[in-house]
Ligand binder design. Structure first.
Ligand code: FE2
Length: 281
């Protein structure tokens, strides 16, 4: 069967903003440039060595109807919720939180100096799962599989399966996500299958890359949306690169967003506000 190579269909640089109690961040998905990339509702990148930009953190707030995925590159984030769960996400660690019918949590920096860098991705849940029981999948860096590419880099696999068969620890049958943190040396090339049922994007953490059949370079801080196809070929340019490759199955359901709640209808969002105010979370 002939494979179809995905090309770049859009590049965005994100919009600077702040969230929580004043954490500076760059919003790529969920902002004016790209409101949604089904099933992805939001992607925030925070990265600063100014404590004033992150120290206030994200105090207690609710979520319903989707999943939040926090992946740290530097610094630590302490997480606490209303069910008594508590933990620290350390560099290289991931927390895949299924908010389901409702969670109230805080996400606070565990440090008062130095670099804080990481990502928060919001992944939608299908209508049938929006009111499921909340749950966590948390993995520290030492259990995250790292596939070494022969003389060309490596792939840290958080979710999904590489073409060589390395499987990430996150299990998710709703959107069958792929979430990989990839390092490629200069001129190295990587081929990765991505099911044609999925939307996909690349975020460049550092360096520069190109995507086959797209005559454009992607540089540090760029996010590109990939078009249709069932595989992608990525090549690092002269200085090498580190980037995230993320994909998820399109849900193709109506989306009603209301702050920290993402449901299918406006009525369900109003119900979420009501339930939250009446301590039903
Ligand atoms: Fe949150």
């Amino acid at each position: 069967m002939v494979k179809n190579s995905r090309e770049i269909i859009g590049i965005i640089q994100g919009v600077e903003g702040s969230d929580g109690a004043g954490v500076k961040l760059r919003r790529y998905i969920g902002g004016p440039e790209l409101n949604i990339l089904d099933p992805f509702l939001m992607l925030d990148v925070f990265g600063t060595d100014e404590p004033d930009d992150y120290i206030a953190g994200f105090p207690s707030h609710p979520h319903r109807g989707f999943e939040t995925v926090t992946y740290m590159l530097a610094g630590q984030m302490r997480h606490k919720d209303n069910a008594g769960n508590e933990g620290v996400i350390i560099p290289g660690g991931v927390q895949w939180m299924t908010a389901g019918r409702g969670i109230i949590h805080s996400e606070m920096p565990e440090q008062s100096e130095g670099l804080m860098k990481g990502f928060q991705l919001w992944v939608n849940l299908p209508a049938s799962q929006k009111m499921c029981a909340p749950g966590y999948q948390e993995f520290p860096p030492d259990v995250m599989p790292v596939e070494e590419l022969v003389d060309s880099g490596n792939i840290r696999v958080i979710a999904g399966t590489t073409n060589a068969g390395t499987v990430g620890p996150v299990i998710n049958e709703h959107t069958e996500p792929l979430y990989m943190d990839i390092r490629l040396k200069a001129d190295a090339e990587l081929l990765q299958d991505i099911a044609d049922s999925h939307n996909a994007f690349i975020y460049v953490i550092e360096g520069s890359i190109t995507v086959r059949a797209s005559d454009v370079d992607l540089n540090t801080g760029d996010l590109c949306v990939l078009g249709e196809g069932d595989e992608v070929t990525i090549t690092a340019l002269e200085k090498g690169a580190r980037f995230l490759l993320v994909a998820g199955k399109v849900l193709d359901e109506p989306v009603a967003k209301g702050g920290p709640f993402v449901m299918n209808t406006r009525k369900e969002v109003m119900q979420a506000f009501d339930d939250f105010q009446n301590n039903k979370f």
